[in-house]
Design a binder for this molecule. Structure first.
Ligand code: ATP
Ligand code: MG
Length: 360
């Protein structure tokens, strides 16, 4: 899969811009404030129907305009699809595939699997467990057909049990919600555990190439104590959770930790640059895995790659990206900061004052 054409209107400082990315690597370079991150934000909007910088639509829409629109053409290797996403102040997000209105963004994600690495990406290690759960779930969404349905059912049971804990649902129904929650929860946890086991060797290999040191282990925590069935824990916690009104055990509390050979958590012991590279290794491992098991290529958005990486790490990272086989869109303030030699079909664009121009 590859994004072969992209157009944007009314997104931040991009009044109108269109360009055709390379199926391999596309470099967007230009001065600060020129619109490079906005281009990546636009591509992200096309695959996810939301921004990675804000949840507020009005911040995305160009000052003085009422809508922001992105279009793209994706080549899956078997067929081409036209994708479109429109954001309008105070209104629903319009999603179209081949001109047909879509109700959910998951169809976009299926056609344009995206990975994003920004200067803030180290927060995957340091930030809330929610970020690491969505990391795991991105992988499962793309490789396990039942995942999305299972996850939705789990959320419904969780809401019902929480409502029952707060006395809003007849207490006699509690065991029904608990059983459903436990069944879906066990299945989800098993899927995540298997996924982490599968990507661990890929992660270790990429990490060792990038950092030239031993990789930390990926430790998956499923969200309730070992050696206990989820149903047992739910029943045991019922009385105390009536006070909090919230279910404290289950996959919605899962986490993923990176632990070094010395037993230290990478989030506390790694430098910022190391954390960033560890996150790159995590994301590249997912992309590699998706390619291995489903033969699907991802599009990797790499914003401001050089920030905080020394020249050698930049070189090693670019090599790893090239060998991952992903389509890559990368931004930098200076064209010469990145070595594009590992790729044969590089495309280069200059971005200035919201105008994207191909450089030959
Ligand atoms: N809603 C908006 N309407 C118009 N312009 C906006 C809007 N929001 C932000 N901008 C402007 O868009 C410009 C592009 O920002 P962007 O973050 O894409 O720049 P960049 O090229 O990534 O810069 P840097 O190298 O500093 O990361 C900025 O100058 C910003 O002030
Ligand atoms: Mg930027």
């Amino acid at each position: 899969m590859a994004l072969i054409h992209f157009e944007v209107r009314g997104l931040r400082n991009l009044t109108t811009a269109s360009f055709s990315p390379s199926p391999s690597i596309t470099l967007l370079f230009g001065p600060n404030g020129s619109g490079k991150t906005t281009v990546l934000e636009g591509v992200y909007l096309l695959g996810m129907a939301r921004s990675f910088r804000t949840q507020q639509t009005r911040k995305l829409i160009q000052y003085g305009m009422t809508v922001a629109t992105v279009f793209g053409r994706v080549d899956t290797g078997h067929a081409q699809y036209g994708l479109g996403v429109q954001k309008q102040n105070g209104d629903v997000t319009l999603i179209r595939v081949n001109g047909e209105r879509q109700e959910t963004a998951s169809v976009l994600a299926g056609l344009l699997p995206l990975q994003l690495i920004t200067p803030e990406s180290h927060t995957l290690l340091k930030g809330e467990p929610r970020e690491r759960r969505s990391y795991m779930d991105w992988g499962l969404f793309h490789v396990e057909h039942e995942f999305l349905d299972l996850w939705k059912r789990y959320r419904r049971y969780l809401e019902q049990r929480n409502a029952a804990l707060r006395g809003r649902v007849h207490a006699g129904e509690m065991s029904h919600w608990e059983q459903g929650l436990a069944d879906c929860g066990e299945a989800l946890a098993a899927m995540r555990e298997r996924y982490i086991q599968e990507i661990s060797p890929l992660f270790a290999k990429i990490f060792t190439v990038l950092l030239e040191e031993e990789a930390p282990r990926l430790i998956y925590r499923r969200g309730w104590p070992k050696d206990h069935a989820l149903i047992e824990v739910l029943e045991r916690n019922r009385a105390s959770e009536r006070v909090s009104g919230y279910t404290m055990a289950g996959p919605h509390r899962a986490d993923l930790r990176l632990v070094t050979a010395e037993g230290l958590d990478a989030a506390d012991s790694f430098s910022r640059g190391q954390q960033k590279l560890a996150v790159c290794a995590l994301r590249l491992a997912q992309m590699q895995y998706l390619q291995n098991v489903a033969g699907r290529r991802c599009t990797l958005l790499l914003d401001d790659l050089p920030a905080e990486l020394d020249q050698r790490r930049r070189h090693l990272l670019m090599q790893s990206v090239a060998s991952s086989g992903a389509q890559c869109l990368v931004t930098a303030t200076d064209r010469n900061l990145l070595d594009l030699s590992p790729w044969n079909e590089a495309a280069v664009f200059h971005v200035e004052h919201g105008v994207v121009t191909e450089v030959v």
